[in-house]
Design a protein around this ligand. Structure first.
Ligand SMILES: NC(=O)c1ccc[n+]([C@@H]2O[C@H](COP(=O)([O-])OP(=O)(O)OC[C@H]3O[C@@H](n4cnc5c(N)ncnc54)[C@H](O)[C@@H]3O)[C@@H](O)[C@H]2O)c1
Length: 328
C-alpha cells in the first residue's frame, strides 16, 4: 500500500461505513473532499477513497500547495433511503472521525456533499473548509474550478493552434455546476453541450446527445461529468481534451495512446485544481480574493510548461508532483 493511513469505522449514530484514506502528508496536512454516495459494497467505497486520495496528493503537489492528499467516503448501500436524519447522523459521525486526526486531515465537499454539509461537520471538528459565505467560508468551489479549467484550456489552445479560443468548436460533456460555467466562459467559441440529464439543456448552446459527445467533431472536448470516461477504445474527435472531471483515464497508459493519436490530453489533476487552490488559499492561508484567483489563473502557466516538455503532459505533471514530494 502506498497510502500513509487508511481507517475504516462504522458510524455509531448512522451505522454507515466511513472511510478516511490519507495518501500523503509529506507536504503538509492532507486535504480531500467528503464523498457521500451509494456503492455496491463498502469495499467499492474503499477503492474510490484509495484512488481519489492519491489523485489529491498529485493535485496539491502539482499546484505547488503545502498540503497532502486524502479522501473521506460515506458508503451508502443500494437501498437504505438517504433521509435528512440519516444524512445529519452520518455527518456528525464523520465530524468526530475527522477530529480524531487532530488537524492532519482537512475535509471539504465532494460528490454528494456541499458547503451546507460542512457546517454540520464543523459542529464536531474545526477541520472542515468550504463553508457557505454566511458562515465565513468561501462557499462553492465551482467558480474557481471553472476559472482554472478555462486557464488550462486557453494554454492548450495556444500550444496546439497558436490562437485564442474565438471561432473554435468546444464540446462540453456534463452541464453541472462547473460545465455550465465553462460554457459561459468562452463567448467567441461555438459551444456544444451535452448531459445525461435533459433538463440541463440550455438554449444559449447547441445540444449534443450524451452518447455522441465524444465523437462529435470539435477542436476541444471538455469532460465535465464523471471519471473513467477515457479508455483505450474511446473514440474522440477533438484535438485537445481538457476538463474538470476527476480521474478521467481508466489507466495511465491511455495518456500514451491519446498522444500517439495526436490528441493532447491535459491531466485532470492539473486542470481541475482551481477549487482547491482558491479555497485553501482563502480559508487556510488567508489570501485575498485577488491573490487566490491569481494562483488559479497560474494553472495556465503550469499547463504551458507541461506542454513544452518532450514527454506526455501526464508524465511531465507526474514528474513535477514527484519532484515536489521528494524528501529534502
Ligand atoms: N465542483 C468542483 O469544484 C470540482 C472540483 C474538481 C473536480 N470536479 C469534478 O468535475 C466534475 C463536474 O463537477 P460538478 O461540480 O460540475 O458536478 P455536478 O454534479 O454539478 O455536474 C455533473 C453533471 O454531469 C452530468 N452527467 C453525469 N453523468 C454523465 C454522463 N455520463 N455524460 C454526460 N453528463 C453526465 C450530470 O447530470 C450533471 O449535470 C466532477 O467529476 C467533479 O468531481 C469538480
Amino acid at each position: 500500500m502506498e497510502h500513509e493511513e487508511v481507517t475504516i469505522r462504522r458510524g455509531r449514530r448512522s451505522g454507515l461505513t466511513m472511510i478516511i484514506a490519507i495518501h500523503s502528508r509529506a507536504l503538509g496536512p492532507a486535504v480531500g473532499g467528503v464523498r457521500l454516495r451509494r456503492y455496491p459494497g463498502w469495499r467499492d467505497g474503499l477503492e474510490d477513497a484509495l484512488r481519489l486520495s492519491e489523485a489529491m496528493t498529485c493535485k496539491c503537489a502539482a499546484a505547488g500547495l503545502p498540503f497532502g492528499g486524502a479522501k473521506s467516503v460515506l458508503a451508502l448501500d443500494g437501498e437504505t433511503p438517504l433521509t435528512p436524519a440519516l444524512r445529519q447522523a452520518a455527518l456528525e459521525d464523520l465530524g468526530e472521525f475527522i477530529q480524531s486526526f487532530d488537524g492532519s486531515y482537512l475535509a471539504g465537499p465532494d460528490v454528494g456533499t456541499g458547503p451546507a454539509d460542512m457546517v454540520v461537520l464543523r459542529q464536531r471538528t474545526p477541520h472542515a473548509f468550504c463553508l457557505p459565505e454566511e458562515y465565513g467560508g468561501t462557499g462553492t468551489s465551482s467558480i474557481p474550478t471553472a476559472v482554472g479549467v478555462l486557464a488550462a484550456l486557453r494554454a492548450g489552445v495556444r500550444h496546439l493552434f497558436g490562437t485564442g479560443t474565438d471561432g473554435l468548436t468546444v464540446v462540453i460533456s456534463g452541464m453541472g455546476s462547473v460545465g455550465s460555467l465553462i460554457a459561459q466562459g468562452l463567448p467567441g467559441a461555438r459551444i456544444l453541450v451535452s448531459d445525461v440529464d435533459e433538463s440541463k439543456r440550455d438554449d444559449r448552446f447547441e445540444w449534443v446527445p450524451p452518447e455522441k459527445a465524444f465523437t462529435t467533431k470539435a477542436d476541444v472536448l471538455v469532460p465535465a461529468a464523471v471519471g473513467g470516461v477515457l479508455g483505450p477504445d474511446t473514440e474522440i474527435n477533438a484535438r485537445l481534451v481538457v476538463g474538470p472531471a476527476n480521474n478521467q483515464l481508466t489507466t495511465d497508459a491511455v495518456a500514451d495512446e491519446l498522444a500517439a493519436k495526436g490528441i493532447v490530453w491535459i491531466p485532470d489533476f492539473v486542470a481541475s485544481a482551481g477549487g482547491v487552490v482558491y479555497t485553501l488559499g482563502r480559508e487556510i492561508e488567508a489570501l485575498s480574493h485577488d491573490e487566490a484567483m491569481a494562483r488559479v489563473e497560474a494553472i495556465g502557466d503550469t499547463v504551458a510548461a507541461l506542454l513544452a516538455a518532450d514527454t506526455t503532459p501526464l508524465a511531465a505533471a507526474k514528474e513535477l508532483a514527484a519532484a515536489r514530494l521528494k524528501p529534502r
